[in-house]
Write a protein that binds this ligand. Structure first.
Ligand SMILES: O=P(O)(O)OC[C@H]1O[C@H](O[C@H]2O[C@H](CO)[C@@H](O)[C@H](O)[C@H]2O)[C@H](O)[C@@H](O)[C@@H]1O
Length: 282
């Protein structure tokens, strides 16, 4: 991508113009799976697109902050992303578990609140519940420490398996004070009280962001979109980017700009970095 695409909305055009005019005040928020990393059948095999780290490393020095905001544990996103020890990413922040945990490149440390007691109870009950619910081969549990995710992508009919588990998993989560976070062929049982919108707003306030950009692909990214819509109402420009897929329509409908999955996101980040570097005062 040589030239930057034009957002389809006035608010998005205003957000992009603000980013280009005042990049040093801009916060760039990015989801991981489906946005920086292509979706694969086995979550342990997910890795950042090969162009992601070079594009982020070129962009980060031009803006106030780059933050990866993900449902993953932050140390997992850092490992699968290849984000540690990269020149240019010295100030990268990874807000993991939907913002409940935080990793800073500057320290290499993770900060995390105490675990929610409901997770241990759900962990104990979940295998039997899946059996009772008739979850077939290919439905499996991802152990996330602070949460548990039930994946159906590898089931014979992933969408049917996903739908059939929604109600029993919601009941289990509720009984133990957790919530169900639905995603792309995944139902995650996790503690309430944090989402990507809260995480994005908190970080934007902490750094005094004058403009906020967010790119995501999944339902868990909608709160971050809502956060930017709220900031815009208060006069802070923002830009909503959808990493497009055939699995989730809601984000594309609300986005200012839809790009072609992680490849498109990487191209866009690279084009932004190139434009900002070429127009930076020398
Ligand atoms: O907030 P994100 O960075 O988008 O993380 C959300 C979930 O992503 C992972 O699952 C998704 O990616 C997998 C690997 O490509 C894919 O197999 C799965 O179907 C997707 O839902 C991850 O495994 C979850 O723990 C995250 O909650």
């Amino acid at each position: 991508m040589d030239a930057l695409p034009i957002p389809s909305t006035h608010a998005g055009q205003h957000g992009l113009a603000a980013l280009l005019a005042q990049p040093r005040t801009a916060l760039i928020g990015l989801d991981f799976d489906g946005t920086l990393a292509p979706i694969v059948a086995d979550p342990e095999q997910a890795r950042a697109h090969p162009g992601a780290v070079p594009a982020l490393a070129a962009l980060a020095p031009e803006v106030a902050s780059v933050a990866v905001i993900t449902g993953r544990p932050p140390e997992v996103a850092v490992r699968y992303g290849g984000f540690a020890g990269v020149p240019g990413l010295e100030h990268l922040t990874v807000l993991g578990h939907y913002g409940a945990e935080r990793w800073d490149a500057a320290t290499g440390e993770v900060t995390a609140p105490p675990p929610h007691p409901g997770v241990a109870a759900v962990r104990a009950e979940l295998p039997a519940l899946l059996e009772r619910a008739g979850a077939g081969e290919g439905t499996w549990i991802e152990e996330k420490g602070r949460a548990l995710a039930v994946h159906t992508r590898r089931a014979a009919d992933p969408q049917a398996a996903f739908e059939s588990l929604r109600a029993p998993l919601a009941d289990l989560a509720t009984r133990h004070g957790l919530i169900v976070e639905p995603g792309r062929m995944v139902l995650e049982l996790r503690p309430p009280g944090m989402d990507k919108g809260v995480a994005l707003l908190d970080h934007a306030r902490a750094i005094g962001a004058g403009c906020v950009v967010y790119a995501g692909d999944d339902l868990g990214d909608l709160p971050a979109f809502a956060a930017i819509e709220k900031l815009r109402t208060g006069g802070t420009p923002g830009l909503l980017i959808c990493s497009g897929s055939t699995e989730v329509a809601e984000l594309a409908e609300r986005a200012d700009l839809v790009v072609d999955g992680p490849e498109g996101v990487v191209d866009l980040l690279g084009a932004l970095a190139a434009q900002l570097a070429s127009s930076a005062p020398s």
